[in-house]
Write a protein that binds this ligand. Sequence first.
Ligand code: 5GP
Ligand code: MN
Length: 340
Amino acid sequence: MHDINALKTLLNEPKEVMITTHHKPDADALGSSLGLAGYLKKKGHRVTVITPSDYPDFLNWMEGNEDVLVYSEKNDALVQRIIGESQVIFCLDFNSLSRIHEMGEYIRQAKGTKVMIDHHLQPEHFADLSFSDTNAAATAELVYDLIKEAGDADLIDTSIGECLYAGIMTDTGSFRHPSTSKNVHLIIADLLHIGVQTSNIHRLIYDSSTELRLRFLGYALKDKLVVLHEYNTAYIAITKEELKAYDSKTGDTEGLVNYALSIEGIVFAALIIDRSEAVKMSFRSVGDFSVNEFAREHFNGGGHKNAAGGMSLDSLEATIDKFERLLPLYKDQLTHASAS
Ligand code: 5GP
Ligand code: MN
């Protein structure tokens, strides 16, 4: 965290601050942003959180959610103005400006000081100050550590703590991924100490499905799951019509890919969804097989070694076909990969 002194100097008097995070924010993206926003407001800064797209309803409970500005073509001019007027621009939970679509170019050209806080692999160098730790379990963990290093741990109240807890809980897969370090557990102990209601957050995020979302999960697992034992791979592909039939909302497909990975012997799982703008893909693996490399190499994406995403502008059928045709190239890795 070599830039901590520079960050402290930057923030030692009230500033116009904006915080943004990646497209389709998940709990870590939004939780780290709103947790940081809560802290910076307490320090006297004027803070605006802008997301490049909407996000799931199950994140709406976070403190500060009602003030989030969601970018759309309609408010493009307003967003450009805020970015232009911001003295400090925080970029959280992403490391390439392409991840925030239209807003990326506005931020590239902005004169404010850019601060990146992120834990994804292969960061791009667009920020003035970078807090990139690819071993961190979550961006929310990095935000917690930064607040602590700034000597402000006592400013972390339950509202900020709940946002950070949500980010760490989800990015560690509820504390089961190998990224769940001692530091993670120590932070959670601190959050429990200040009164964060952890089981309540678990319920708000994981147990808030609509009936239709659960039936969609049942349909996807029963009729759409493809298991390719030869490659220790399983995938689920979803059409636009299926999304419509189940009235699928932002966030409704989150977690689906993990079911494919939960089959014994499967080391590589994919979820391939025909969205209106492109075919979006989620990749997960256990063990040595790097889905970050796979996503980067073939699907214009990236992420972490065991969790990554990508996209394709081909049709859904062509994307599935390309995915299946790539597997033989990785047969050795997929069949000899150590699963731990
Ligand atoms: P998910 O599959 O949950 O959408 O994403 C898994 C991980 O990969 C997350 O850390 C996410 O930020 C990252 N990710 C998802 N889609 C993309 C993408 O298109 N490009 C890059 N670089 N990362 C992605
Ligand atoms: Mn994250």
